[in-house]
Design a binder for this molecule. Structure first.
Ligand SMILES: [Zn+2]
Length: 436
């Protein structure tokens, strides 16, 4: 039985969907068998893509690959008000967090983390890589335990990778204890330490000993002399290709002369280092020292892609001291990659979906044979979806609807010049509004 996207409900198993538009603008019927996309033939193996046609019902429901938020901090989410509504630069936010984070219990951190995972699922973000601090105060591993528990709660809904983000002040034994809890990656922020190169080396050594990868906050500064990316590339270039080495932020690439930029990107490409760009937090946290000609603080995205470096994106902070307005919705992040990063809308969506493969998950591009993981948005095109923030969404994993989000119709008073009160057919409520 075929179903129209309009009628989908949470929990529903989908076998066939009619009237769906693919990102390239073609209209298609989507067939799903055993959690994977098929071409709808009864007799065997997939041969191409979902069957495209010219369905006259071709509608505004667009099928998009699911988004991946590859740089989040779900242990910090929704704390901006609790922390006293702070404002300021990265350094201000770090100082605020040191003091405020010490007051948070494991239960509070777990509740915030689950709330963000819930919001992510409804937004169609089905992959999240979250960094987690070693929290100040007694029991510094409580945040990591809280997020690991949330990871298990959302298994099969949101795939969560946990990065334990130590600092210079944390001794080796504590870091080893954290990694033994079952985290996925080693994290750190070398640009905040006295010895960035030593911090990169230390993080890489922990990763090697544990047999996992690393994802570092890298060059999150407008200081052009910060090029930790090159040291990270040098330190990890001999690692097996499957071992993750990601560089988050890379803000200082935005202020490099062309030759130094090219050298850094060539080193990253050669070493297999991926870059995770976090436009919203970087727009907010950077540039407080620049009252005029404020830098956008976003690395040059086209140069990164042209150099052959894998590029993904993150929502980074969600209503915490590092960004009071983040919401973890990768549609907002993709829109900012267009507005502030000068990517095309479709390339921007490619970037916010690229994190899925960087997290080691099978691709989900809407092609036959891919897992039936996708997001349906009520939009005519990718550009329209980003422009209007795609308020209506249906999230599908392995052929099952796992979340729906629909806006309710709102009534807007009709302007007097557009619709005179005496015009027949105006609902009573609107007529009153116009007359008022
Ligand atoms: Zn971060």
């Amino acid at each position: 039985m075929s179903i129209h996207p309009e009628d989908l409900e949470a929990g529903q198993q989908v076998a066939r969907l009619d009237g769906v538009t693919l990102p390239d603008g073609t209209t298609a019927t989507v067939h799903i068998t055993d959690g994977a996309l098929t071409d709808g033939r009864q007799d065997g193996a997939p041969t191409g893509r979902v069957s495209a046609g010219t369905d006259a019902d071709g509608t505004e429901w667009l099928l998009l690959p699911p988004a991946a938020d590859l740089h989040a901090h779900i242990d910090k989410a929704y704390t901006w008000s609790l922390a006293g509504e702070p404002e300021g630069s990265l350094e201000d936010a770090v100082a605020c967090w040191r003091e405020f984070g010490a007051t948070l219990s494991e239960e509070q951190i777990a509740a915030h983390a689950r709330r963000q995972l819930d919001a992510a699922l409804r937004a169609g973000v089905t992959t999240i890589r979250t960094h987690v601090n070693y929290h100040e105060g007694a029991d510094p591993l409580r945040g990591i335990r809280a997020v690991l528990a949330a990871r298990e709660d959302y298994r099969g809904l949101v795939d969560v990778q946990v990065v334990a983000m130590h600092g210079q002040i944390h001794d080796d034994g504590l870091v080893r204890d954290a990694l033994a809890l079952g985290v996925d990656l080693v994290g750190a922020a070398p640009h905040l330490s006295d010895d960035p190169r030593g911090e990169i080396d230390r993080a890489a050594a922990f990763a090697e000993a544990a047999g996992i990868g690393i994802d570092l906050h890298t060059d999150e500064t407008l200081n052009p002399d910060s090029l930790d990316l090159i040291d990270l590339a040098e330190r990890t270039r001999h690692w097996p290709r499957a071992m993750t080495r990601s560089a988050g932020h890379c803000v200082s690439l935005a202020v490099q002369p062309p030759d130094r930029l090219a050298a850094a990107l060539d080193a990253a490409a050669e070493a297999g280092v991926s870059i995770i760009v976090n436009p919203l937090t970087n727009l907010y946290l950077q540039g407080w020292q620049h009252p005029v000609s404020m830098p956008r603080a976003i690395p040059p995205l086209r140069a990164i892609l042209d150099a052959g470096v894998a590029l993904a994106a993150g929502g980074d902070n969600v209503q915490d001291p590092f960004n009071p307005l983040g919401n973890g919705d990768m549609v907002d992040v993709a829109a900012s990659l267009v507005i502030a990063g000068h990517l095309t809308p479709r390339t921007a969506w490619d970037v916010v979906t690229a994190g899925r493969s960087l997290a080691g998950l099978p691709r989900a591009t809407g092609a036959v044979g891919d897992p039936a993981d996708f997001v349906l948005v009520r939009s005519a095109s990718v550009a329209a979806a980003l422009a209007e923030r795609a308020p209506d969404r249906v999230v599908v994993r392995a052929g099952r609807v796992v979340a729906t989000r629909r806006t309710h119709t709102t009534t807007v008073p009709v302007p007097a010049h557009a619709a005179p009160p005496e015009r027949p057919g105006i609902p009573e409520r609107q007529r009153k509004a116009v007359q008022a």
